[in-house]
Design a protein around this ligand. Structure first.
Ligand code: FAD
Length: 447
């Protein structure tokens, strides 16, 4: 050990790597650069700060001095790394005083991704926002406080768009969602998305699906859509996806994969063995199919940090692959998915079947039971589980976690009916909805 380790990017991936290195290594020097002012902040909490659920901004932040002191890191914020000279193991960074160089023995890239903000005709940046960083969050909050918008257009019905709808409405701001897909939340299949759409409508959210934003007019207050419709909005939040930050890696000759993200091996090494990468900037392989995937979620970034640091410190535990298990809340509903959905399975030409089951989250006679909709996609021959989806009010997180665990353990739908998940009336039924889903799916294989 006793290396000079340099980390680029200090939020989910980078901050974790720094902390994990220090568990076993007090000798190596760690320098961490982040072009932003804050490191190790809670990205995932930002929508809830805007909605007022998290009442203090400080609750999302960790003091840079505290992190630097606790983990003995040379932490340089507001500092962007702009070039890597791999041959001489040097990098160039820029801060308020100009450009500087430093050397590294091992370099770790966790530069994340950037929110897409297409340059559309007539767009007014003062009232058009994205949400990817603390300054983005502050800008939205400031606009709400000073301009008192009455309505908001949210372009993109993925999880950030949907989380924002709930939180903007919590501030008394009427929302319209616009998405060029025919359904919300591409992560789940259309039948599950319908449940979410009905719930959004019940919450007075206007849904404009199968329609795209083409341009703005009226100083950015009118959104003109492909269909010819227009939407008036005091503010617009663009939640149309992200792109991995690969410029630095690409310009230094590191390999970029077919998904457009940095290519790494099972130990998070790039094609340069002294440069590792992790998080939203990389692609990994799907747990089941081995196909390359770009998944931008906090859980995988944390696991990748563990694999990476182990490798750096001489242990070779490979990354098992990505499942892409995701869950989100939209008003009173929770919805989640793990593995592959129908669109992906069709694209890959995999022969699969699907079973769905709607049940109560716990015994019907015990107060508070709520409907839960479960679905499993599985191999048409051997029943191996490829994907799972769950939508409902109560017990969604538990069922999704069980199904994701079953997928990781390479279980089949036959195993689902055998699982003993624990029953008492407040929690489940003697046959848990997961068991019944398993019986249904197994029946389809035997038929
Ligand atoms: P980031 O956390 O984005 O960190 C990258 C850092 O690198 C940034 O601070 C950036 O300033 C810095 N950087 C980039 N380039 C340079 C450079 N050249 N020099 C110096 N610094 C640089 N995931 C979930 O699993 N669950 C959720 O509920 C969830 N909610 C989310 C809500 C929102 C609003 C957003 C935006 C994301 C959410 N995510 C969620 C995704 C999750 O936050 C990311 O997957 C995770 O933060 C990725 O970590 P990372 O280290 O790869 O990148």
């Amino acid at each position: 050990m006793a290396d000079k380790i340099v980390i680029v990017g200090g939020v989910a991936g980078g901050a974790n790597v720094a902390a994990q290195i220090r568990r076993n290594d007090n000798e190596s020097g760690i320098t961490l650069f982040d072009k932003g002012e804050q490191v190790a902040f809670s990205t995932c909490g930002m929508p809830y700060y805007i909605g007022g659920v998290v009442d203090k901004r400080e609750h999302l932040l960790v003091s840079s001095d505290k992190i630097a002191g606790k983990f003995d890191i040379n932490l340089q914020t507001n500092t962007e790394v702009i070039a890597i000279d791999r041959e001489h193991k040097q990098l160039t960074y820029q801060d308020s005083t100009g450009e500087h160089q430093t050397s590294y023995d091992k370099l770790i890239l966790s530069p994340g991704a950037s929110a897409k903000k297409p340059e559309l005709e007539g767009m007014n940046d003062k009232r058009t926002f994205t949400l990817h960083s603390i300054p983005d969050m502050d800008a939205i909050e400031h606009y709400i406080e000073t301009d008192k918008p009455q309505n908001c257009a949210i372009v993109g019905a993925g999880f950030i768009g949907l989380e924002m709808v709930e939180n903007m409405q919590a501030r008394g701001i009427d929302c319209t969602i616009i998405d060029r897909n025919e359904q919300v939340m591409k992560l789940v299949d259309a039948d599950q998305a319908c449940i979410i759409e009905d719930h959004l409508k019940a919450k007075n959210v206007r849904l404009l699906l199968d329609d795209g934003l083409e341009s703005f007019s009226s100083n950015g207050a009118t959104l003109n859509l492909t269909s010819g419709k227009s939407v008036q909005a005091d503010m617009t939040i663009m939640a149309v996806g992200i792109k991995p930050n690969t410029k630095l890696a690409g310009e230094s000759g590191l390999e970029i994969g077919e998904t457009g993200a940095i290519k790494v091996n099972d130990y998070m090494q790039t094609n340069d063995p002294d440069i590792y990468a992790l998080g939203d900037a990389i692609q990994t392989n799907d747990l089941l199919t081995g196909e390359p995937r770009h998944v931008a979620l906090a859980g995988p970034a944390h696991r990748q940090a563990f694999i990476l640091v182990n490798h750096l410190q001489g242990d070779c535990t490979p990354y098992a692959g990505i499942q892409g298990t995701a869950i989100f809340k939209v008003f009173d509903l929770s919805a989640g998915a793990a593995g592959l959905n129908k669109a992906v399975l069709n694209h890959l030409g995999i022969n699969y079947k699907e079973a769905a089951h709607e049940a109560l989250s716990h015994a019907g006679y015990y107060p508070g039971a709520e409907k839960i909709s479960l679905k499993v996609l599985f191999d048409a021959e051997n029943g191996r589980i490829y994907g799972a989806q769950a939508v409902g009010r109560e017990g969604v997180d538990k069922r999704l976690a069980v199904l994701a665990t079953a997928m990781k353990a390479k279980m089949t739908v036959y195993d689902l009916s055998e699982l003993e998940l624990g029953y008492a009336p407040p929690y489940s039924s003697p046959k848990d909805p997961i068991n019944i889903l398993g019986y249904k799916a197994a029946g389809m294989l035997e038929a």
